[in-house]
Design a protein around this ligand. Structure first.
Ligand SMILES: Cc1ncc(COP(=O)(O)O)c(C=O)c1O
Length: 390
C-alpha cells in the first residue's frame, strides 16, 4: 500500500475550533469556543421537520435543492438583500454554507489562480483555498476598526486573481463591512473581472446601528457575486446542514455539478423545514438581534471586568480580545490555561491568521449561549481574575 496522505491533505491541520470543543468536553468545561447555540431552535421549524419526515419526504431531494426552498430563498433574498434572482437557475442548496463555499470555489477557481482572503478569517477558508488548488493572498484587517489598507488591496488584484472572499458580518472580528468598503472592493472586482464570494450567514445578527449590505446589491455586482448563506446561525440549526449558494446562471451550472458529485444533496426533510424557516414572521429577526445584543453586552462587561481588552463587535456572535498583557508565551498557551485550569474553552487567535504571529496575543470568545451558560462562564472568569490578583 502506498500509505501516504495526499500533499493537499498534509497542507492543513484539523480544525482548532473543533479540537477546543473536544478538550472542553474532557475538562467538563463551558464551551465558548465553537459557535453553536445551546438554546432550542424555534418550535414551528422543528415541527415542520417532523411533519416532513412523517410525510415520507425521506428520499433524495432534487440535487440542487427542493423547489419550495429555492423559491423561499429567492423571496427572502429580494426582501432582505434587495437582489432578485431566478430560483430555477441561480440557486444551489448545499450541505451548509461550508459545502456551498467549497463547491463554489471548486467550480470557479483553476489551479494556481489567486483568491484574496481577508484575515483574520473563518478558519475553513484556508483549507478551502488549498482544496481547490488556489493560491491564497491574505489582506490583514487591522484592529481596532478591522479596516483594510486600500492601497494594499488595490496592489493585490492582478490578472491571476479569480475571487475575493468576503465575510460580513465577520467571524471572528464582529466587523460589518460598510457600503463604502464594499463599493471599494466592488470597483476592483469590476475592473479586474474578479468574482466576489461572500459569506453572509450572520446577516441578521447586528448591533447598535450596524446595517448589513450584500455586495451583490451594488451596481454591476449581481453578475459578479456568489452569495453564500445557511439556516445554521439565523435559525439556530447548525446541525441540520442546510445552506445555499446564489450565483448567476452560468456559475450556478458549474456549482451544481461540483455539489452533485461531492454530496448529491442536503437532507430532504430538513430542506422542507428550512423553507418554513425562511417564511417565519419577520419580527423573529428583530428579536434574534435584540437577544444577541443582550448576550454581547453581558459578556463584554464580564470580559472587561476580568481585565481583557475587547474589540466590541458590530455583528455576528463573537468577541475578539487581546490578552498580550497577561504575560503568557502565546495565545495557545493562554487558551489551554483557561480551559485546563478554569474549564473555559475559547479559540486561540492564531487559528484565524495565515501567520500565527498575527494572532499570538488574541483570543476569541463566542456567545450564542443561554443566560445560565454565560453566567457559568462569568463565574470561571471571576476565578481567573482572582488568580491574577493573588
Ligand atoms: C463565517 C462562517 N461561515 C460558515 C460557517 C459554517 O456554516 P454552516 O453551518 O452553514 O456550514 C461558520 C460557522 O461558524 C462561520 O462562522
Amino acid at each position: 500500500m502506498k500509505n501516504s496522505s495526499s500533499s493537499r491533505a498534509l497542507r492543513f491541520t484539523e480544525s482548532v475550533i473543533r479540537e477546543m470543543t473536544r478538550i472542553c468536553l474532557k475538562h467538563d468545561g463551558v464551551n465558548l469556543a465553537q459557535g453553536f447555540p445551546d438554546f432550542p431552535a424555534p418550535a414551528e421549524i422543528k415541527e415542520a421537520a417532523r411533519k416532513a419526515i412523517q410525510a415520507d419526504l425521506n428520499q433524495y431531494a432534487i440535487t440542487w435543492g427542493e423547489p419550495n426552498l429555492r423559491h423561499a430563498i429567492a423571496e427572502k433574498f429580494a426582501w432582505y438583500n434587495g437582489v432578485t434572482v431566478d430560483p430555477e437557475t441561480e440557486i444551489t442548496v448545499c450541505c451548509g454554507s461550508t459545502e456551498a463555499m467549497i463547491s463554489s470555489l471548486m467550480a470557479i477557481v483553476n489551479s494556481e489562480e489567486e483568491v484574496i482572503v481577508f484575515e483574520p478569517f473563518y478558519e475553513n477558508y484556508g483549507p478551502d483555498t488549498i482544496l481547490c488548488d488556489a493560491k491564497p493572498r491574505f489582506i490583514t484587517l487591522r484592529e481596532p476598526g478591522w479596516r483594510f489598507d486600500e492601497e494594499e488591496l488595490t496592489q493585490t488584484f492582478n490578472n491571476k486573481t479569480k475571487a475575493i472572499i468576503i465575510n460580513t458580518p465577520n467571524n471572528p472580528t464582529g466587523k460589518v463591512f460598510s457600503r463604502e468598503e464594499l463599493q471599494f472592493i466592488a470597483d476592483l472586482c469590476l475592473k479586474w473581472g474578479v468574482i466576489a464570494v461572500t459569506d453572509e450567514i450572520y446577516e441578521h445578527i447586528l448591533y447598535d446601528e450596524a446595517k448589513h449590505i450584500s455586495i451583490a446589491s451594488l451596481p454591476g455586482m449581481r453578475d459578479e457575486t456568489i452569495t453564500i448563506n445557511s439556516i445554521s446561525k439565523t435559525y439556530s440549526l447548525t446541525g441540520w446542514r442546510v445552506g445555499w449558494a446564489i450565483a448567476p446562471a452560468p456559475l450556478t451550472a458549474s456549482i451544481r455539478k461540483v455539489h452533485d458529485f461531492l454530496t448529491v444533496g442536503a437532507p430532504h426533510p430538513l430542506q422542507e423545514a428550512a423553507a418554513t424557516a425562511l417564511h417565519i414572521d419577520r419580527s423573529y429577526y428583530e428579536t434574534l438581534a435584540r437577544e444577541y445584543e443582550e448576550r454581547r453586552d453581558f459578556l463584554s462587561g464580564v470580559l472587561d471586568d476580568s481585565g481583557f481588552r475587547i474589540y466590541r463587535p458590530q455583528g455576528a456572535y463573537y468577541i475578539m480580545t487581546d490578552v498580550g498583557h497577561f504575560g503568557f508565551s502565546d495565545d495557545v498557551a493562554f487558551a489551554l490555561h483557561l480551559v485546563e485550569k478554569f474549564g473555559l474553552a475559547t479559540v486561540p487567535g492564531s487559528s484565524f491568521y495565515s501567520r500565527s504571529s498575527l494572532g499570538a496575543t488574541k483570543i476569541r470568545f463566542c456567545f450564542p449561549k443561554k443566560k445560565e451558560t454565560l453566567e457559568q462562564a462569568a463565574e470561571k472568569l471571576g476565578h481567573f481574575k482572582k488568580e491574577r490578583e493573588e
